[in-house]
Design a binder for this molecule. Structure first.
Ligand SMILES: NC(=O)c1ccc[n+]([C@@H]2O[C@H](COP(=O)([O-])OP(=O)(O)OC[C@H]3O[C@@H](n4cnc5c(N)ncnc54)[C@H](OP(=O)(O)O)[C@@H]3O)[C@@H](O)[C@H]2O)c1
Length: 319
């Protein structure tokens, strides 16, 4: 297979280049920006002045268990500029900030700068952000994605991709299917295996059902998954069952036995990103995960006493 020496990407996987903006080039966004750039797409990272300068001057350095070590050139700016013609218009904006920074970060993405065809593709964990983005940018351009990866921004423009995989599920009920397919093909050709799923609620709640019990209990007890699933098995089981009931009420999957069995397959040392944020003294995505779970439960009249207590205890810690 011939290889493009400038990018390291197999030539027959390359497609027409897209223009992709990445709002928040951290663990997730930095990895995707670097992979898309390496595959030949035009990438513009939207970030604060210092980070933008670092990225323009040094690119994004990736050390990856799956893709090896490489440096990708990207453009960077503090705000998405208004396109002066179709050639400059972005095809998609990947929103890859944490929930705690979402409102501030969206100031860098004025609605008037998005061309008629630009998709807005959030990668945040949680289930409530698509509605907020649709209210701001329009219903038929928001295509939420779920990503399975472990990737960390160790310094501006420096990404450690620890998981030997990166997988994306792309959804967006009101978005034309061919637009999702085109973006999924670009991701897949760049590295992350990407599926288009027909049901957005199912996609978001499938991730939430796995993430919420794991994130909440590992953070509450400051223990890795292996100890949570043995020392706090009853609580984990109750939380998985409550989350499954809420997921079902919201149109998502509900298979608590399978969820528990899945936790048992993961390495015992596994920690959640909420737990890592807590240990580092960073703000937690507690409202986007635990808060959203409780709000959905209340909307649908589902009893979630264990989730309510755990979220209350974590919130009382004040972050
Ligand atoms: N990391 C993972 O492995 C992973 C896996 C699955 C899902 N997720 C989800 O993906 C989302 C992103 O997580 P992450 O781990 O990638 O976060 P992260 O590493 O903290 O990256 C977020 C980026 O957003 C930037 N940012 C913060 N405020 C900003 C603002 N006002 N304007 C522009 N940029 C701003 C930060 O900039 P600076 O670099 O300048 O600080 C940082 O680069 C979260 O919802 C998380 O739960 C993450």
């Amino acid at each position: 297979m011939p290889t493009n020496t400038a990018t390291g990407t197999p030539a027959d996987l390359r497609q027409d280049p897209l223009t992709i903006a990445v709002l928040g080039p951290g663990g997730v966004g930095g990895l995707l920006a670097a992979l898309l750039s390496r595959a030949g797409h035009r990438v513009l990272c939207l970030a604060g002045d210092d980070t933008a300068r670092t990225l323009r001057e040094g690119g994004i350095r990736v050390r990856s268990a799956q893709f090896g070590e490489f440096t990708a050139t990207v453009d960077a700016a503090p705000e998405l500029p208004e396109a002066s013609g179709p050639a400059e218009a972005v095809d998609a904006v990947l929103v890859t900030v944490k929930h705690t920074n979402l409102d501030a970060a969206l100031e860098r993405l004025p609605a008037k700068s998005l061309g008629d065809d630009a998709l807005v593709v959030p990668f945040l964990n949680g289930v409530e952000h698509p509605a907020a983005l649709r209210a701001r940018y329009g219903a038929d351009r928001v295509a939420p994605a779920v990503i399975r990866v472990e990737s960390t921004r160790t310094a501006p423009g420096v990404i450690e991709h620890a998981s030997p995989f990166v997988e994306i599920d792309l959804a967006g009920d009101p978005v034309p299917r061919e637009r999702l397919d085109a973006l999924a093909a670009a991701f897949t050709a760049a590295g992350p295996a990407t599926r288009v799923l027909p049901d957005e609620a199912a996609a978001l709640w499938a991730k939430m059902s796995f993430l919420a019990p794991f994130a909440l209990l590992t953070t509450l007890y400051g223990l890795p998954l292996g100890e949570v699933r043995t020392r706090h098995r009853d609580e984990l089981t109750a939380l998985v069952e409550e989350t499954a009931a809420v997921s079902l009420a919201c149109g998502g999957p509900a298979d608590p036995a399978q969820a528990l069995a899945r936790y048992d397959t993961f390495p015992p040392a596994m920690r959640s990103s909420m737990q890592r944020d807590a240990e580092a003294g960073r703000p937690l995505e507690l409202d986007a995960i635990g808060g959203a779970l409780l709000r959905a439960a209340e909307r649908h009249g589902v009893e979630v006493p264990v989730a309510a207590r755990v979220v209350r205890e974590l919130a009382a810690r004040g972050r």
